[in-house]
Design a protein around this ligand. Structure first.
Ligand code: S3P
Length: 444
């Protein structure tokens, strides 16, 4: 691996090593970290959050909470793992007006979850983010929050950030969302904590349930019925959270392990919440040799260690209820599909078009010149496996998961993969390049 430049323009070149060996502990789960900071901030009491995600997205959430008057101290984690936070909760109504615009950076989870926290308060607030965030759909949270009684204005007739919150009196609604978004569900449940009566969110399929688990652990009356969830108002009690490693970050090493011809990679302490393990289901269907060991429970979330070994892969169909459980892993699943025997069809995944980048377009943009056989569909991709990929120079489009998927392509392609805007990985995985070097045997 070699690096040119620094900061956001950093370019990285990844070449195929003769073997991949090693053990990696991925950063704390990003989704759980956001929720642990936000929900403890509006709880009563003090909580310690360990192995908090070191990624920039979760730092954006901490910055927003600090600006709203929450006392959070952040220190290094134990055993070199993640960060640890001490969050002193201000209670459900204790947030104070910020002196400036609240900056969610690149984080869709930060802006949408905080929208549920800020709606209908008697403080004025403005949520904004980077260029990517300002182009992503916010009507999906603004419309139902307005139905709940929140006074909100936003650019493009209420569809785009910046989002301005001007108070309002919240009341519960029964809302059916058209796509299974955990961000929308969580936003409305968080607003429901301060709304009069019951708030119900119905979804066409299950999505990650970290909010429901944490809210329940904090004493909230959460009722689940299949993919539908209801909540009534309450004060939360702070809870300590030891954040499991992020399966969405582990995904890169698993795909490296199964696609490289001489590999054995262990990924430690990975969260195995069943609403997040669609990746493991699909890789198993593809014939991947992935062993799960040391399964245990950590703060209400299942956790285990995963060992990925070189495998012979076959194409699969990925659609339906599986999609929300692996939506963030599709950029790296594309690498496995590109080298599998036969065809992989990814469909009903139109949400990929409104992530940090249009991930269908971004994947086709690198995979085709790398010798992959890929056709884009409005709602996904069809990838026909080839024997090998060749080197390519490709842009991450500022999207962390595209940058990291490109690096995995570099570990298995016959030529060098040059990744432009590689620093995007810092959004979820600041130690990514160091971990990559640790399994190639090259010390950087
Ligand atoms: C997340 C939910 C998913 C996912 C995102 C994190 C969350 O988005 O893509 O990276 O923490 O709730 P949607 O819920 O919008 O699908």
């Amino acid at each position: 691996m070699s690096t040119v430049g620094s900061g956001t323009v950093k370019a990285v070149t990844v070449s195929r090593p003769s073997q991949l060996r090693g053990t990696i502990s991925p950063p704390g789960d990003k989704s759980i970290s956001h929720r642990a900071a936000i929900l403890n901030a509006v709880s009563v009491g003090e909580a310690r959050v360990t192995n908090f995600s070191s990624g920039e997205d979760c730092t954006s959430t901490v910055g927003i909470l600090l600006a709203l008057g929450v006392n959070i101290s952040r220190g290094p984690g134990l055993h070199g793992q993640g960060d640890s936070l001490i969050v002193r909760g201000v209670g459900m109504n204790g947030l104070t007006e910020a002196g400036d615009i609240l900056d969610a950076g690149n984080s869709g989870t930060a802006i949408r979850l905080m929208a549920g926290i800020l709606a209908g308060r008697d403080i004025q607030s403005i949520l904004n983010g980077d260029e990517s965030i300002r182009s992503r759909p916010m009507g999906r949270v603004i419309d139902p929050l307005r139905q709940m009684g929140a006074h909100i204005s936003a650019r493009d007739d209420g569809r785009l950030a910046p989002i301005v919150f001007h108070g309002g009196e919240l009341h519960g609604i029964d809302f059916s969302q058209p796509v299974a978004s955990a961000q929308v569900k969580s936003c409305l449940l968080f607003a429901g904590l301060r709304a009069e009566g019951e708030t119900t969110v119905r979804s066409p399929a299950p999505s990650r349930d970290h909010s429901e688990r944490m809210l329940r652990a904090m004493g909230a009356p959460v009722v689940e019925n299949g993919a539908d969830v209801s909540i009534t108002p309450c004060e939360l009690s702070a809870v300590d959270v030891d954040v499991p490693g992020d399966i969405s970050s582990a995904a890169f090493w698993l795909v490296a392990g199964i696609t490289h011809p001489d590999a054995e990679i262990t990924v430690r302490n990975v969260g195995l919440n069943p609403t997040r393990t669609g990746l493991l289901t699909v890789l198993e269907q593809m014939g991947a040799d992935i062993e799960i060991v040391n399964e245990r429970d950590s703060a209400g979330e299942p956790v285990g260690d995963l060992i990925a070994r070189s495998s012979k892969l076959r194409g699969v169909n990925i659609a339906g209820d599986l999609i929300p459980s692996l939506i963030d892993e599709i950029p790296v699943i594309a690498v496995a599909a590109a080298l599998a025997d036969g065809e992989t069809v990814i469909s009903e995944a139109e949400e990929l078009r409104v992530k940090e980048s249009d991930r269908i377009a971004a994947t086709v943009a690198w995979l085709r010149p790398a010798g992959g056989e890929v056709e884009d569909r409005p709602d996904g991709m069809t990838i026909s496996g080839v024997k090998s990929l060749r080197g390519v120079t490709a842009d991450s489009f500022g999207d962390h998961r595209i940058a990291m998927a490109l690096a995995i392509a570099g570990l298995v392609a016959e030529g060098d993969v040059n990744i432009e805007n590689a620093a995007a990985a810092d959004i979820s995985y600041p130690t990514y390049w160091r971990d990559l070097e640790s399994i190639t045997g090259v010390v950087g």
